[in-house]
Design a protein around this ligand. Sequence first.
Ligand SMILES: [Zn+2]
Ligand SMILES: [Zn+2]
Ligand SMILES: [Zn+2]
Length: 498
Amino acid sequence: MTRLVKKLIWQQAAPAPFESGWSVFAKLILLNQMKPYQLIGLLKLPEAKVTNKLRFRCSDWIDLEQFAAMISINPNRLRVCFFDQLQIHIDESYSQLKGDGIKICPECLAKGYHCLFFELSFIDTCPWHHVALEQACADCLRAIYSKGLQFNPGQNHLNQNNRDDSSEEHGKWKSICNHLVFEVDIVRQLNQMSQEQELEISHKCRLLYGWIKTAQTRLDLTEKLFCYTQIEANKFEKLFNAAEQIAGQCPWPINKKRTSVKWITYNNHQHELQSGNNSKDSTISLDDVYGSIRRHIFNRYVRHHRVCHHSIMNLKRDESLSLDTEKVCGVALAYCVWRLKIENFINIEALKYDLGTKQELVANDFYHPKIDMTIEMQANLIYMQFFYFWELIDQNIGKNSMVINSSGLPFLISNMCATYWKELWSGIFPHPETLANSAFMHCVQIYKRSKSLTNDRITRNWAYGYHTDLMSNKPGIMFKLTKFQSTPGQHSIIYINL
Ligand SMILES: [Zn+2]
Ligand SMILES: [Zn+2]
Ligand SMILES: [Zn+2]
């Protein structure tokens, strides 16, 4: 027996291939003069728990067959409008703070098109028009998600006394931001694309989809890339490089920087099996492992900067708080900072003179309530941490003023690996060779006016501002660097809190 299906006003030409759910719903809301919540009532599966928000990225709440019947099209055409139907699973939640919204290609929108893939955070250029997508618009999102379109009466309605010409415009339905504007008395074509244009769209979208699926074979690395919300540039640059190492160059133009990375993959489960068979792991202490990582890093990356390293190791406490940012070598500084952090000191002199009382290593920064951190995991994390410190210091050295502070916040681990409590996880870190090359370039350029690394202009008062006599207590300041050339009082200080 056929079910009685309520019909919605629609045009057979729409949706175009891979048109976004947002765009499809915008057209439905307009043509049928509905509010988002009314559309939800019509489309929802009987058992689906819904709110009055019209979710358009996932179709898990929609009776898709029924929906297709309502607008008299083949359900397969609707399937490519929703991410979950393409097996791209991501949470659907919005945050204004994170800058969520709808990114638009103005030229596509003029033809009534908005592509599903524009929703992905890393897509920033329209592959058909080669123009930058507009910044994510929160009003466009809200118009479909919750508020609905606004009706603005035309001139004629407002000035009824003045004119009585019924051929004048009758008003518009629009979003507050004016991205979505539909004139009431013009039955516009929902899809103004030619067949060739549709084929081109379909082709490019399939290429991108293939690339995404390949990159997703390593979700332990790329999971965070395929979410809708914007990722910090620094994280993005690494994740995207990892994705391109896995799946090859992205077939769509992406106008963003990439940072070359390496990664370490670790299988907790396998490790448990191994240590179950032979328990030799228990005889190795973190101190031993740290010692060999330290030697490896020194030999491989710091040895070439022996002189730079030596001059930092010879600093007195007050000197390390009045360094000249243009005379310090980033890799040597990063190595000392990394050691101070792990060995739980803030004073460089503590590394030089063994202080008798051995400090406990700060590997417990990596503590996570859900997992039992093995020595091997901690060793991997400590190793990767060095390259993060190196990158961070490299990015900021040479700027006006920098304070390296041991605040004790364990923020780095979530940068290195998002899912380290899972069975299989991977840690991404900046590619050591890239860092080493730029360190070499920078070190050659360092302007060595004097042998001293300190900036004499800085008064000792300022240098002594904090924790002068602390060897190990944290939080504390490890180093302060200032540009000799800078005008005092005119620089903003960059805090690196490790
Ligand atoms: Zn476009
Ligand atoms: Zn907008
Ligand atoms: Zn150097």
